[in-house]
Design a protein around this ligand. Structure first.
Ligand code: ADP
Length: 162
């Protein structure tokens, strides 16, 4: 069984992330979306909130699971009995960082390989940070995230501004 882990911050999940999940679920037998619980990054949403948002948007896939993790990605990958890491590539700016990360992971865990899916052209500019920035100033985010995610972003922003 080909099991892949798609790790990331997903703070919050965007349509760009969703596109990668949808496509990797078609290629792999099972995809585990790994939500990195890294407090050093001071995320807008807690790991639990990020996991719940991902569970919501992926409930239509029978072969996708969502799980939070801490520590090294390769340790999480091994714990999941997976041997593949999926990452998305948007622009050249992603490439250098992703190459370094995948090579490092391969040295510390030779049984684990990283595969890259190039972004859907529609979402090549899209990142969680852009969505948060637009929402912070009250802009329209409906083209970037699922409606139920947009609602949670608005609720979070309202809570912050109180
Ligand atoms: P990280 O902090 O690990 O980069 P992100 O949530 O920002 O976490 O991204 C997780 C993965 O999803 C990364 O591989 C990133 O390149 C990919 N990704 C993010 N946005 C997009 C997008 N619009 N299209 C394709 N891949 C994307």
């Amino acid at each position: 069984m080909a099991i892949a882990v798609y790790p990331g911050s997903f703070d919050p999940v965007t349509l760009g992330h969703y596109d990668i999940i949808e496509r990797s679920a078609r290629i792999m037998d099972k995809v585990i979306v790994g939500v990195l619980n890294n407090s050093a990054k001071s995320p807008l949403f807690s790991a639990e909130e990020r996991v719940n948002m991902l569970i919501d948007v992926t409930k239509g896939f029978s072969n996708v699971e969502v799980c939070a993790f801490e520590g090294l990605t390769v340790d999480f990958v091994k714990k999941c009995n997976a041997s593949v890491i999926v990452r998305g590539l948007r622009a050249v700016t992603d490439f250098e960082y992703e190459l370094q990360l995948s090579q490092t992971n391969h040295v510390i865990a030779p049984g684990v390989d990283t595969i890259f899916l190039t972004t859907n052209l529609k979402y090549s500019y899209l990142s969680s940070s852009v969505v948060k920035e637009i929402a912070m100033y009250g802009g329209d985010i409906s083209a970037f995230v699922h409606p139920e995610i947009a609602e949670r972003i608005w609720a979070k922003m309202a809570g912050i501004k109180k």
